[in-house]
Design a protein around this ligand. Structure first.
Ligand SMILES: [Zn+2]
Ligand SMILES: [Zn+2]
Length: 227
């Protein structure tokens, strides 16, 4: 019975966590113009939301040329570095986190809040073993954002060479090959779909777009796993 509760908890935490990741990514870091207009009318109240959008949608999304090459030239990088230094605390945070290549250390408490709320709700409603197991899988989106996402912007072979052996084995699993493709398409479609690193939520939310022949060719050219 306990084993069943643990399995149910792991699945529940995974599904809820993946759906939160997909929705949050769509409506905060890749928020559309209408939401942005509302936030800009209340800049102090919405400062963290505006910062999340700037570091992700402007800096992270718009500095990649082909998903694995960032910046058009060393001069482009130097110009952006100078600009970010002038931007104060948030600019320095972006630089410290390699142009928002990973979840900012400083943003962990705010970023994790929705998953913590989900964990508390599960803890209130579910048996203890199930709730504890759900907590484990609810941490996946945060861990993937910080530790896995940087590899998704490297050619696959580089990640295989540079990651620790256990992580390299995970990166070449069927699941992670799908995650690589999903993230490539997320960038290719300008942050309008395929939001998950932890797969499943996009599919449940109807935000999954499939790769066409052109997308596959571009993926192959960038050194990413096509199949
Ligand atoms: Zn990315
Ligand atoms: Zn995005």
């Amino acid at each position: 019975m306990i084993a069943l509760e643990i399995v149910a908890g792991l699945v529940l935490g995974y599904v809820v966590g993946s759906c939160i990741e997909s929705a949050l990514h769509e409506y905060v870091p890749d928020a559309g113009p209408r939401l942005l207009a509302v936030w800009r009318r209340h800049p102090r109240l919405c400062r963290r939301l505006l910062e999340a959008h700037f570091s992700h949608h402007v800096i992270h999304h718009q500095t990649f040329r082909d998903h694995v090459t960032q910046f058009a030239s060393p001069q482009h990088r130097a110009r952006l570095e100078a600009l970010l230094r002038q931007r104060g605390r948030h600019g320095r945070t972006i630089l410290r986190n390699r142009f928002s290549d990973r979840l900012h250390d400083e943003s962990v408490p705010a970023f994790c809040l929705p998953w913590v709320v989900a964990g508390l709700a599960i803890a209130l409603l579910a048996p203890t073993a199930m709730a504890l197991a759900a907590t484990v899988t609810l941490t996946l989106p945060g861990l993937f954002s910080h530790y896995i996402h940087p590899y998704m912007h490297r050619p696959f072979a580089d990640g295989q060479r540079e990651a620790p052996r256990w992580l390299a084995a995970f990166l070449r699993s069927r699941y992670m090959r799908m995650a690589y493709r999903n993230h490539f398409l997320h960038h290719r479609f300008g942050g309008t779909g395929n939001f998950n690193l932890v797969l499943g939520g996009d599919w449940l939310r109807g935000r999954l777009r499939r790769a066409g022949d052109d997308d596959r060719r571009a993926m192959h050219a960038a050194g990413l796993p096509v199949d």
